[in-house]
Design a binder for this molecule. Structure first.
Ligand code: PLP
Length: 226
């Protein structure tokens, strides 16, 4: 096994071990920001299908290089309104919808020949200084707006808890997300995705109910510091 194969196997083993205690299936989104298309291709050859990107222009360039592969692309970085058209046209999932204003734009621009865009609401669960994510109290209203948009499909919630060193406080943020998710599911029984957990803490997130984890450095190695 080469090093990327080893890392891929190790991450999948950790996911399986954590999911076994929790019961449900957990999907892995490989976070390929700053990684070259060749690194995505190498992971795809091992069977990975879902990839997460933070920057729209970087993602579009990689998608063009990898157009021969049937991959599933997730936008996991902040979305500006002037990028809604490109995101609606070129991504399968948007994990960072956090305001009403973007819903109509995405719904209008999602191409008719593609299935509805899968959408997660990003929740600002414990980092009041961050500008991304909607307040927990705003989730129900935003969810209703998304559910009414025919070209969007509400799938659930996403969060990036503050990277606190104390595991117990991170765990508490994941648990609050799981509570919000269960509450939202009462109004929208079709939702199935709670995206939380990264390289450092995805075991913990799965133990608290994550159904999707977003993992970068544990798969690809440390990113170059920008
Ligand atoms: C970069 C990033 C990740 C992956 O982080 P790692 O620590 O490299 O696993 C996950 N989610 C989001 C939103 C990110 O920006």
């Amino acid at each position: 096994m080469n090093s990327s194969e080893k890392a891929f196997t190790a991450v999948n083993d950790r996911i399986r071990a954590a999911a076994a205690t929790h019961g449900g299936a957990v999907r892995l989104v490989a976070v390929s920001k700053t990684q070259p298309a060749a690194a995505v291709r190498a992971l795809a050859a091992l069977g990975q299908r879902a990839f997460g990107e933070n920057y729209v222009q970087e993602a579009l360039a990689k998608q063009a290089e990898l157009a021969d592969l049937a991959l599933e692309w997730h936008l996991i970085g902040p979305l500006q309104s002037n990028k809604c058209r490109e995101v609606a046209a070129h991504f399968d999932w948007l994990q960072t919808l956090d305001r009403e204003k973007l819903v109509g734009l995405l719904d209008r621009w999602r191409p008719a020949d593609r299935p509805p865009l899968n959408v997660l609401i990003q929740v600002n669960i414990d980092d009041e200084t961050s500008k991304s994510g909607c307040a927990p109290a705003a989730v129900a209203g935003l969810a209703a707006t998304i559910a009414a948009a025919p070209r969007l499909r509400l799938r659930g919630l996403m969060a990036i808890p503050a990277p606190l060193p104390e595991r117990e406080r991170r765990r508490a943020a994941f648990a609050r997300m799981a509570g919000l998710f269960e509450e939202l599911r009462r109004a929208h029984p079709g939702i199935d995705t709670l995206s939380m957990g990264m390289s450092e803490d995805f075991d913990l997130a799965i133990a608290e109910g994550a159904t999707m984890v977003r993992v970068g450095s544990a798969l690809f190695g440390a990113r170059p510091v920008a």
